[in-house]
Design a protein around this ligand. Structure first.
Ligand code: AMP
Length: 287
């Protein structure tokens, strides 16, 4: 689409540019990412592009949302690739801060959302959501967007950010874009590059078990435990997979439900080899 995005590396410069854009009466749409862009990220840029005058994309692998035994050091990074794809989608500004810019010496502040972060990914990734909510707050203050676009792929993250924005009266709207998948159903993720061919095949069990759950619900099943049991059996039947969790929760509280009703989130995290993958489906249960 348009030319190379403007690259901004400091918070001060980003805030100044955002100020100029806003004083000119233009709107800012913001897409925060950890880079290594794929179609999932690009779909969010397109949503922002449709609604905003200026699209800001951030690429920042945020260390505080990784646990000590997680993949921070191996996380894939390719700035030239990201810059090229961002340009193709008509990104205006690429915000690309360094660690010392985001976490200068003496940094001691954390934004914590309780309750919604207790279950699901919060169990096996303690501290993860504190890292996410803290960095998003910082990014929102740097970019000063009218709205920010997140992916339904990280369903719990989107819920947590929405609630944080509401609870803290942050002056922006949160927009959530649908999950983008490969043609065989695997949800796109920067981490998919870690998968061996066998793990890539076994990883289909995530989307397949969600599909199976949806069809059980269509056939009238309302007992969460029966659905989870079948999803577990399907996922366990693959040799390289190990289940972290499979849960069916209320879409408002993110607490497990026994009997499905209203809007529910079916979410799962599964290791394929050493790679932790997540997927989910948000469903309105027919009465
Ligand atoms: P990440 O770079 O993994 O932190 O992701 C940045 C944003 O892209 C988050 O809001 C993710 O939810 C979103 N995202 C990642 N994968 C997908 C996907 N397959 N479909 C839609 N959004 C996605």
């Amino acid at each position: 689409m348009s030319g190379t995005p403007q690259i901004i590396r400091t918070v001060r410069e980003m805030q100044a540019e955002a100020g100029r854009i806003r004083s000119a009466g233009k709107t800012i749409g913001f897409v925060p990412t950890m880079g290594y862009l794929h179609e999932g990220h690009l779909s969010l840029i397109r949503i922002a592009r449709k609604r905003a005058d200026i699209v800001v994309l951030s690429v920042y692998v945020n260390p505080t949302q990784f646990g000590p035994n997680e993949d921070l050091d191996q996380y894939p990074r390719d700035f030239k690739h990201d810059e090229r794809l961002a340009a193709q989608e008509g990104t205006d500004i690429l915000f690309y801060p360094a660690d010392k810019e985001m976490y200068p010496e003496g940094f001691v502040t954390t934004v914590h959302v309780s309750e919604l972060t207790d279950g699901l990914c919060g169990v096996s990734r303690p501290g993860h959501f504190d890292g996410v909510t803290t960095i998003c707050t910082k990014l929102f203050h740097a970019v000063r967007p009218d709205f920010a676009v997140f992916g339904q792929k990280d369903a719990q993250q989107a819920f947590v950010i929405r609630r944080m924005v509401r609870d803290l009266n942050l002056d922006l709207e949160i927009v959530v874009g649908p999950i983008i998948r490969e043609s065989d159903g695997l949800a796109l993720s920067s981490r998919n590059v870690y998968l061996s061919p066998e793990e890539r095949q076994d990883a289909l069990s995530l989307s397949q078990s969600l599909k199976m759950a949806e069809s059980m619900i269509q056939d009238g099943e309302r007992q969460a435990s029966s659905i989870i049991e079948k999803m577990r059996a399907l996922t366990d039947s693959k040799s390289s997979t190990r289940i972290d969790y499979i849960a069916i929760v209320d879409a408002e509280t993110l607490r497990p439900v026994d009997l499905l009703s209203g809007t529910v989130l079916i979410a799962l995290a599964v290791f394929a080899g050493k790679t932790r993958l997540i997927d989910n489906a948000l469903l309105d249960i027919p009465a």
